[in-house]
Design a protein around this ligand. Structure first.
Ligand code: S3P
Length: 426
């Protein structure tokens, strides 16, 4: 797909529903009693993979476009799937479902696309095995396909070496079926949507510093869930609005949970003109409208506890750093190497092709801003966040930018290019 520079971005936009929250609403709804009603559900391919997996386990799910009804059958109501469960491109689907399947009275097999079959699953196999689960990587390489023989699970206190909400959530979901209190301690707090939503479904769950603590549940109960806009998707419009001169964008009802909204802090540290309006808790998660105005940015350092709060936004933050004055350092972000693509390598290679001054480090990048970027052929590696990042850069780069596998944005934001075009004045 080909992209060209634009003069400015103006208007209002409603961002599709949060991907993490949409997945969890379907999963928790499926193992709750009664109907869960989900509004502003993300109709991206990843969340549709989650719906398809639970349908295959006998859960009736009505998908009416923007709203979804999940007719849950309780903690012990899932049926053995007849086929292999296909998680597509979705790390959240495969890792979180594993925690649930580990405790079911049946055997199941999980797989996904080529990218998913390369992503590390030992990070969930290890803690779940500690709880008594029987999970086998069928190719014996620590990756999917995974065979899960449902077992009786014990409680555990898992000290996670990584700050990962997928790992934490897999252990907590298994803990629902455990025989005592399950704890997960992380080096830094990762996104806490599981903790917030499980509490609403009736689980006994609390948080102390970087530890989540859960008691086994007798039953969860269906809920009405209003999904806020996904800040990880809004990030592309935040970046575009800040970078393209004379722009002003109002991004409506975006989730700004502090465990997710590190990008707002980084933008402000870089000198951005961002205003939060209409702050509310209507969805059970903090949300707000974000008013973005073009700003001149300067470099910053991004590291430590901030990293898990903006992990999916680091590609587009690296893009902003290219247009900022001075140097930006991203460190402690080795997790980027094992996302949908190796996002450090993919960003450095493609940014360099456009003329940026960017250096790959072991756990991040060093970007010296202010170089003039020109159009190039971008290899997105079929990674949705990479494709969207370079569509944003194309608004500012000279000439034509061509993005290979651009349609991969359907994973998390099916209408992304249309929304970007609508706001752009050519
Ligand atoms: C997610 C957690 C993060 C994030 C992913 C979604 C989730 O992954 O990158 O896009 O919904 O829990 P990790 O838990 O591996 O950091």
């Amino acid at each position: 797909m080909k992209f060209y520079p634009c003069r400015r971005l103006k208007g209002q936009i409603t961002i599709p529903g949060d991907k993490s929250i949409s997945h969890r609403a379907v999963m928790f709804g499926s193992i709750a009693r009664g109907t869960t009603e989900i509004h502003h559900f993300l109709q991206g391919a990843d969340c549709l993979s989650t719906i398809s997996c639970f349908r295959q386990m006998g859960i009736q799910i009505e998908n009416n476009g923007s709203s979804v009804l999940v007719h849950g059958k309780g903690l012990r109501g899932l049926m053995p799937p007849e086929n292999i469960l296909d998680c597509g491109n979705s790390g959240t689907t495969i890792r979180l479902i594993s925690g649930i399947l580990a405790a079911q009275p049946f055997t199941s097999t999980l797989t996904g696309d080529a990218s998913i079959q390369k992503r590390p699953m030992k990070r969930i196999i290890a803690p779940l095995s500690q709880m008594g689960a029987q999970i086998r990587s069928l190719h014996d390489n620590g990756c999917a396909p995974l065979e899960i023989i449902g077992s009786k699970l014990h409680a555990a206190h898992y000290l996670s070496p990584v700050a990962s909400a997928q790992v934490k959530s897999a252990v907590l979901l298994a803990g629902l079926y455990g025989d005592g209190e399950t704890r997960v301690t992380e080096p830094y707090v990762s996104r806490n949507h599981t903790e917030l939503m499980l509490g609403r479904f009736g689980a006994d769950i609390r948080t102390k510093d970087t530890t989540a603590i859960l008691l086994p549940a007798k039953e969860l109960y269906g809920q009405k869930i209003l999904v806020p806009g996904d800040i990880s998707s809004a990030a592309f419009f935040i970046a575009a609005g800040l970078l393209v001169p004379n722009s002003e964008i109002l991004i409506q009802n975006v989730g700004v949970n502090p465990t997710r909204s590190g990008i707002l802090k980084v933008c402000r540290d870089m000198g951005a003109d961002l205003t939060l309006l209409n702050e509310n808790l209507e969805s059970g998660e903090p949300a707000a409208d974000i008013l973005v105005k073009s700003s001149s940015l300067h470099g910053t350092v991004i590291q430590g506890a901030l990293i898990p709060t903006l992990i999916d936004e680091l590609p587009v933050i690296a893009a902003m750093a290219c247009f900022a004055e001075g140097q930006t350092i991203i460190r402690d972000a080795a997790e980027l190497k094992i996302k949908e693509s190796n996002r450090i390598e993919t960003m450095v290679r493609n940014l360099s092709a456009m003329g940026a001054d960017v250096e790959e480090t072991e756990d991040g990048m060093i970007i010296r801003g202010g170089k003039h970027l020109h159009g190039a052929l971008i290899d997105s590696r079929a990674d949705h966040r990479i494709a969207m990042t370079f569509a944003v850069i194309s608004c500012l780069a000279d000439g034509e930018t061509e993005i290979a596998d651009a349609e991969c944005v359907q994973i998390s934001y099916p209408g992304f290019y249309e929304d970007l075009r609508r706001l752009a004045t050519m």
